[in-house]
Design a protein around this ligand. Structure first.
Ligand SMILES: [Zn+2]
Length: 338
């Protein structure tokens, strides 16, 4: 290939030298031809340059699992689409604007977090509260307890998935906040529903709030403590989270005892609470087993991985919980008799 190029350029030089006595027009034509050739070559060169440049941008931004530093290697069933350690806050923010294997994780929680904030600041005040003039300040507060909890949890999650590419230090910090967000969402979900479910049994409400807050604090200590932030203690952390989540059975079982099965169904809109629990359990199971990417590694790198499915199911579960809280609130203000 390089030999052919040489011959062509020699003949071009020769032809240019032999046209010294040719008319201006011919020279112009030659020039035009040369320009055309040059232009044609230039175009093809620039196209290939654009191609190579865009491919270099692509390859610079997205990496395969093996290209990652050790601390970033987490799920070996996700083979490609990674943003490699950036060591730059602005580069992490830039990653919001091109598709990578964290994009769905980021937006699946960032968009709902904004929606929950919007609900808390505007929609609840405009469309729900005015319909029930008997609403007390504490009713208002406990609806918002859930909305703000959901907002905080999903905001922390979205930030974690965007900023964890910065460095190991950032990743550790934001992963703790991500866990803290989950703890706050669980606590706020339980407290808001127990408030409306036990609206006429204040002593029970206080006891369950005390229990929830104690477990939340214990769970937070385990998550935030540096000693437990290693792989060895992952089962312990998972155990705390599971215990905390399952502690919701206590107020539920107590409700069955005090109000009876139908009483509980009415008071807390049990159907939606069951849907919520199912979404969370299925999501956590898929996430724990890394399904579907463990079955077909590389197939779900950008869309459809277990973490993304888990995120979507968490959003679905939280929407079910919101529905249960709102229905429970409406019931309290609709002359409900058990
Ligand atoms: Zn996540």
């Amino acid at each position: 290939m390089s030999g052919l190029t040489k011959i062509t350029s020699t003949s071009t030089i020769g032809s240019t030298k032999s046209t010294t006595t040719v008319t201006k027009r011919t020279v112009n034509l030659n020039r035009t031809r040369t320009n055309t050739i040059t232009s044609s070559n230039g175009t093809s060169r620039s196209t290939s340059q654009v191609r190579s440049r865009s491919s270099s941008i692509f390859s610079r931004k997205l990496y395969s699992f093996q290209d990652l530093p050790f601390w970033q290697q987490d799920n070996d069933k996700i083979l490609t689409g990674y943003v490699r350690e950036t060591n730059s806050f602005s580069k992490c923010i830039q990653s919001l604007f091109y598709f990578n294997n964290e994009s769905v994780n980021i937006y699946s929680h960032l968009i709902p977090s904004i929606a929950y904030l919007f609900l808390s600041l505007f929609l609840i005040d405009t469309f729900l509260i005015p319909r029930f003039p008997t609403t007390s300040t504490s009713d208002y507060v406990f609806i918002n307890v859930f909305l703000i909890g959901a907002f905080f949890c999903m905001l922390c999650s979205g930030c974690f998935h965007c900023l964890k590419q910065h460095s190991e230090k950032y990743s550790n910090f934001w992963s703790k906040l991500d866990y803290l967000g989950i703890i706050i969402l669980i606590a706020c979900s339980m407290i808001s529903l127990v408030y409306f479910g036990y609206f006429d049994h204040l002593a029970y409400f206080k006891f369950f709030v005390g229990l929830t807050c104690t477990l939340a604090i214990l769970c937070s200590m385990v998550v935030m403590h540096e000693k437990f932030n290693v792989a060895k203690y992952r089962p312990l952390r998972a155990g705390f989270f599971a215990t905390f989540g399952l502690s919701g059975i206590i107020p539920l079982a107590t409700g069955f005892y005090i109000f009876g099965f139908h009483g509980v169904i009415k008071r807390i809109n049990l159907t939606f609470v069951i849907w919520e629990a199912l979404f969370y359990i299925v999501g956590a199971t898929l996430y724990g087993l890394r399904i579907p990417e463990s079955i077909l590694p590389g197939r779900f790198d950008l869309i459809g991985s277990s973490h993304q499915v888990f995120h979507c199911l968490v959003v679905a579960g939280s929407v079910c919980h919101l529905k249960a809280v709102i229905e429970s609130y409406r019931l309290v203000h609709s002359n409900f008799k058990n």
